[in-house]
Design a protein around this ligand. Structure first.
Ligand code: DX5
Ligand code: ZN
Length: 222
C-alpha cells in the first residue's frame, strides 16, 4: 500500500491554560490542528463557542481542521470556513441540508468534510461523495478524548474507502488513535489521523507526532 499520511493532533486533551504554546509545540511536525467544537447539545460536553474558537483559529500557528460537534450546524459551519479554517467537518446527524452546507463550505474557501458517528451508516451518505473533500469516521462516540478505539468501526472505514475509490478524498479516523491502533486503521484504508490524548499526554508531544507518522509511513511503504 502507498498513500500520503496526515497527522492532525486534537487539542482536546492539551493544557488550555497555555494553548498557544501547546499548539506551537506540535505545529512544525503536524499537518493540521484538529479543533473539537462541542456545544453540549449534539454531544454531552462543551468546549468553545464561536468567539472562543475564532480566537484560537486566527491565532493558531497551524492551519485548522474544525470538527463541529454541534446541533443545527448548517449556518455556523460556513462561518468557520469564512474565518479561515482549512477544513470544516459537519456531522451527518446534525445538518438539515447536507449538500448545500458542503457546497457553502467549499465556496467559502475551506475543504468540506462529513462526519459519521459510530451508529450511522456510511451508505446513507455515499451519495455526497463528490461534494466532500474528506469523510471523518468516528472511532469513539464523540464527546470526549481518551476513549477506547472501536475496532469494530474498521468495516465502515473499509466501505468508506470503497465509496471514495480513486478520488483524492481524505479518509480521517478520530478517537483512540495511538501507536497501538493506527496500523489497524491504516490497513482499513484511513489516511488522516486525529491523535489527541496519545500526543498531549506524551512527555514530548512533537516527538510522538513524529514517531506516529514515521510508523504509519513505514507501514504504507512496506
Ligand atoms: C472526540 C473528539 C476527538 C478526541 C480524540 O469526540 O472528536 O477528536 O479529541 O481524542 P483521543 O485521540 O484521545 O481519542
Ligand atoms: Zn474530533
Amino acid at each position: 500500500m502507498s498513500r500520503e499520511i496526515r497527522i492532525t493532533p486534537s487539542i482536546l486533551n492539551a493544557d488550555f491554560s497555555r494553548l498557544n504554546e501547546e499548539i506551537d509545540s506540535i505545529a512544525q511536525v503536524s499537518d493540521l490542528l484538529h479543533l473539537d467544537v462541542m456545544d453540549n447539545v449534539f454531544v454531552p460536553n462543551f468546549t468553545f463557542d464561536f468567539d472562543a474558537a475564532s480566537k484560537i483559529i486566527t491565532e493558531s500557528s497551524l492551519a485548522v481542521d474544525a470538527h463541529l460537534m454541534v446541533a443545527n450546524v448548517d449556518d455556523i459551519a460556513v462561518k468557520y470556513a469564512e474565518i479561515g479554517c482549512a477544513s470544516v467537518t459537519i456531522h451527518a446527524e446534525a445538518t438539515h441540508n447536507i449538500p448545500q452546507t458542503l457546497k457553502n463550505i467549499r465556496s467559502a474557501g475551506a475543504r468540506s468534510s462529513l462526519g459519521i458517528k459510530p451508529n450511522t451508516s456510511i451508505e446513507d451518505y455515499a451519495q455526497y461523495v463528490d461534494l466532500v473533500d474528506m469523510y471523518l469516521i468516528m472511532t469513539v462516540e464523540p464527546g470526549f478524548g481518551g476513549q477506547k478505539f472501536m475496532e469494530n468501526m474498521m468495516e465502515k472505514v473499509r466501505r468508506t474507502s470503497a465509496v471514495i475509490g480513486d478520488r483524492p478524498i481524505w479518509l480521517q479516523v478520530d478517537g483512540g488513535i495511538s501507536m497501538n491502533t493506527i496500523e489497524i486503521a491504516l490497513e482499513a484504508g484511513a489516511d488522516t489521523f486525529v491523535v489527541g490524548s496519545a500526543v498531549f499526554n506524551a512527555s514530548d508531544p512533537a516527538q510522538m507526532v513524529v514517531d506516529i507518522r514515521k510508523f504509519a509511513t513505514s507501514k504504507v511503504e512496506s
